[in-house]
Design a protein around this ligand. Structure first.
Ligand SMILES: Nc1nc2c(ncn2[C@@H]2O[C@H](COP(=O)(O)OP(=O)(O)OP(=O)(O)O)[C@@H](O)[C@H]2O)c(=O)[nH]1
Length: 192
């Protein structure tokens, strides 16, 4: 059924584009998740681009990075080269504010571990982003949490850039203006 109400609901969805980046074979395709989810009560439509590098020298293009609202960096805890790959990708986005989340995948294979959780956490500190280890092939819930986290980071970055744009546009005049974001609570605002 394609009623007006459904159409309106769909068009009001927040859209978040996430590029999943990582060396070949780290388990990126296992990180696909439901495309429409609720994040903090807000319906969000994900568009997920699973990048497929041909080899470990095939870093993501600037088109991919410019397309994405957020980047999900995936390495395998059993493959140090996949971790180094992400460090190299990091140099490509060093001057950008794009939100990133780092995932160490295959943590069901601890007996083959080559990258410690501390190293993953340290890289996340360098990128000032979130980090977790998962076994994407085995657990759905932790992967869902990862997508929620990257989405929160993207929404927070959007709010921040909207706010600073308003500040730049209005400059010192903001002190004489009452600003509010139009939304559900408008009717609750005082009328004066
Ligand atoms: N043990 C284990 N294997 C996993 C996990 N996630 C993915 N794999 C396996 O790792 C292999 C590679 O996974 P893919 O999802 O194809 O990896 P990819 O990063 O998409 O690889 P490319 O498409 O080549 O870039 C597959 O055999 C998966 O079953 C995991 O959490 N644990």
């Amino acid at each position: 059924m394609n009623t007006k109400a459904t159409r309106r609901k769909k068009s009001s969805l927040t859209e978040v584009k996430v590029a999943v980046i990582g060396a070949p074979g780290v388990g990126k395709s296992e990180t696909r998740y439901k495309h429409e989810v609720l994040v903090d009560g807000e319906p969000v439509l994900y568009e997920i681009l699973d990048t497929c590098p041909k080899n470990e020298d095939d870093l993501p293009s600037s088109e991919i990075i410019n397309w994405a609202d957020g980047l999900l960096f995936v390495y395998s805890i059993t493959n140090r080269r996949s971790f180094t790959f992400l460090k190299r990708v990091g140099t490509l986005i060093a001057d950008s504010d794009i939100p990133v989340y780092i995932v160490g995948n295959k943590n069901d294979m601890v007996h083959l571990r080559e990258v410690s959780a501390e190293e993953g956490a340290m890289l996340a500190r360098d990128f000032e982003c979130g980090f977790s280890e998962v076994a994407a092939a085995e657990q759905v819930a932790p992967v869902a949490v990862v997508f929620q986290e990257i989405c929160r980071a993207v929404l927070a970055a959007r709010r921040k850039s909207k706010h600073s744009l308003l500040e730049r546009m209005l400059g010192s005049r903001t002190s004489n203006l009452r600003l509010y974001v139009r939304g559900k609570s408008d009717s609750a605002l005082p009328k004066d």
